[in-house]
Design a protein around this ligand. Structure first.
Ligand code: 7RM
Length: 631
């Protein structure tokens, strides 16, 4: 495929993609291995929604990620795996080795009862076997549901139950910085209420002592020994499910976002090639965890589809010290580095002494993802890491979009700090006002929607199609609603301003306020709570919780600790509130709705301009909240 190489070409391709999307995407799809060609490029109806790309086509994404490259690239490195602890031996996997391990583990899944269409939950640290497990599922047509290793037993069991997983793949423990986390124990606890799980495949990573359930638990290493090395790639319909990935929304429990095989393959590859401008022989590193969509699309699928060489990192940014990222970049001569603003800000705060020892002269392109990147962090990244020579691609996208939708193309689109800039070809963003009227022209601001399907758009939310319709396609009829607010400046450049719904983005992790509130409300002494986000120097957003406590004898510090424990148990440590304020009431309207706007302002440190409070049921509550606000 010819990749875009100039801004003029971008404009030409963009126009082509809008004038005739079907022809545009059919051309992109041609380059892949299809076991049977599609009958129809696109059928769609946003009202239902039904969206089908390449219907009638048959393929297996792993053939395109692996087999297709073997004639030319058998001995090229697919992954350089860098362990958490720099003194442990690194692992290199060539395309040939990866292919072989994927096929073998695919047979392990089959031997343990997994069939096409079955759901397999994967709860693992960032080891090569994690990528292998995803690909092995895809090989046999099983649907993977990866759950981030930081989620609690309760969050894990909810996700396993929701999509009725038959198997779980995990490890004994996980290394995270200086800590060893017993993750098999989390699985054991989760499975106490998941009778549908028949087998648990356990990789040995940390030599942590584990409980063993005879008949249910099997060892990864032993199973692999017994398995055949050949595994034909299951023919999949383009619209067969590839994976489910849970993500938080503004209401209730997390939704299982469903992606399908054909469109996801075509779009993730297209976006990778054009945004990052990966060159043959280059080394690419995305620091995300495979537990999030960024890892699915831009550590596993897209780089492999492109036949790229990637670094995969088990650890955390500041272990053993805040120079680790930069040390790893020098070690592997990384050319393209893709990370999150929260990591950039955290490392910036540690000071330049951790950057200075490293050359960083292999770097060519820098990327950012997960949350708005503030100008200061953008400039620091640009000057100190990119040495002013590397374009920064600020990539905007979502779990639901499958791939990057708005982003500069490295070295092609003129960048501007904190702007995601322009839509990729095939992506038609529009800004709308509250009523859904399109806001035309430049120098405007509104809610970001997309008006035409791209190949990796969400197809449904698992087990509840109506919820998918309600959440994304019902707010503004005929449009996909992103939930983000957005500005379009005088140059037509897009700048994402953040969520306009009750979704928090804490260190690039998406959490629903309702989700955190229901965790807090599990505490016996709490009758009601309200959670809002507030600007946080490192995390982007911090969590501020207002709680009503019925136990007059409880001291604030004990209550705070207990609430933290409750949240860690229900969701995971990432959702722990940064600030907890005990209040006697919440600001409500006469109809009983919490006025979050007021709570947000107080959390931001604003005490005067609280806006219209005339609809308040009890204005005294606000006075008390302001007086007790936590700095
Ligand atoms: C990839 C990912 C999605 C939400 C999204 C935004 C925010 C992501 C950017 C961004 C500003 C960016 N998927 N977001 N990227 N905001 N600039 N470049 O993060 O489903 O976990 O989150 O993240 O609010 O709606 S996600």
């Amino acid at each position: 495929m010819a990749r875009i190489t100039s801004f003029e070409e971008y404009q030409k391709e963009y126009k082509k993609s809008v004038d005739n999307p079907e022809a545009f995407w059919a051309e992109q799809a041609e380059q892949f291995t299809w076991q049977k060609k599609w009958d129809t490029v696109l059928k769609w109806n946003f009202a239902e929604p039904t969206i089908e790309w390449f219907a009638g086509g048959k393929l297996n994404i792993t053939e395109n990620c692996l087999d297709r490259h073997l004639p030319e690239k058998a001995n090229q490195v697919a992954y350089y795996w860098e362990p958490n602890n720099p003194t442990e031996k690194a692992v290199t996997l060539t395309y040939q080795q990866l292919h072989q391990q994927v096929c073998r583990f695919a047979n392990v899944l089959k031997n343990n009862g997994a069939k096409k269409g079955d759901r397999v939950c994967i709860y693992m640290p960032m080891v090569p076997e994690l990528a292998i497990a995803l690909l092995a599922c895809a090989r046999i047509g099983a649907v993977h549901s990866v759950v981030f290793g930081g989620f609690s037993a309760s969050a894990l069991s909810g996700r396993i139950q929701d999509c009725d997983c038959k198997l779980v793949v995990t490890s004994d423990g996980a290394y995270r910085g200086a800590k060893t986390i017993p993750i098999k124990a989390v699985v054991d606890e989760a499975l106490e209420i998941c009778p549908g799980v028949e087998k648990v495949i356990v990789l040995n990573r940390t030599n942590t002592e584990i409980k063993w359930v005879e008949g249910r638990d099997v060892r990864w290493e032993e199973e692999v020994q017994k398995a055949n090395a050949d595994c034909p790639a299951e023919p999949m319909d383009a619209e067969d499910m590839l994976f489910i990935l849970y993500t938080s929304g503004s209401t209730g429990k997390p939704k299982g976002v469903v992606h399908t095989c054909g469109g996801y393959m075509v779009y993730t590859h297209y976006s990778f090639e054009n945004v990052f401008q990966y060159n043959e022989g280059g080394v690419y590193w995305c620091t995300a965890d495979i537990g999030w969509v960024t890892g699915h699309s831009y550590i596993v699928y897209a780089p492999l589809l492109a036949g790229a060489t990637s670094v995969m990192f088990e650890g955390v940014p500041a272990y053993p010290d805040a120079g680790r990222f930069w040390q790893v970049i020098d070690k592997y001569k990384v050319n393209i580095f893709y990370t999150a603003p929260t990591a950039i800000r955290a490392l910036e705060a540690m000071g330049l002494d951790y950057v200075k020892p490293y050359k960083l002269d292999s770097l060519r392109v820098l990327g950012s993802v997960g949350e708005p990147i503030n100008e200061e962090a953008w400039n620091w990244y640009n000057e100190n890491i990119g040495k002013g020579k590397c374009p920064i691609v600020d990539t905007w996208w979502q779990t639901e979009t499958g791939g990057i939708l708005i982003s500069p193309l490295a070295g092609i689109t003129k960048t501007k700090p904190s702007f995601a800039t322009l839509p990729l070809p095939g992506v038609q963003p529009i800004l709308v006002d509250e009523k859904g009227n399109e806001i035309m022209g430049n120098g405007v601001e509104g809610n970001l929607c997309i008006k035409f399907p791209w190949p990796s758009i969400i197809r449904t939310t698992y087990g509840d199609h109506e919820r998918c319709r309600q959440t994304y396609f019902a707010t503004y009829l005929g449009l996909y609603f992103t939930g983000d607010g957005c500005k379009r400046d005088e140059d037509g450049y897009y700048r994402i301003t953040g969520r306009v719904d009750d979704v928090l983005n804490v260190s690039g992790h998406r959490l629903g306020t309702a989700e955190v509130e229901s965790a807090i409300n599990m505490h016996v002494d709490i009758v009601e709570s309200a959670v809002v986000g507030y600007p946080h120097d490192i995390k982007g957003q911090g969590i501020y919780a207002y709680v009503i406590c019925t136990n007059k004898n409880k001291d604030a510090e004990t209550l705070r600790k207990e609430i933290m424990a409750e949240v860690a148990k229900a969701i995971g440590p990432i959702a722990k509130p940064d600030k907890i304020q005990i209040v006697t009431g919440l600001p409500k309207t006469r109809s009983g709705k919490i006025i979050r706007r007021i709570l947000r302002k107080v959390a931001e440190g604003e005490t005067n301009n609280l806006g219209d409070i005339s609809t308040l049921l009890d204005p005294l509550v606000v006075k008390e909240i302001i007086a007790g606000a936590i700095k």
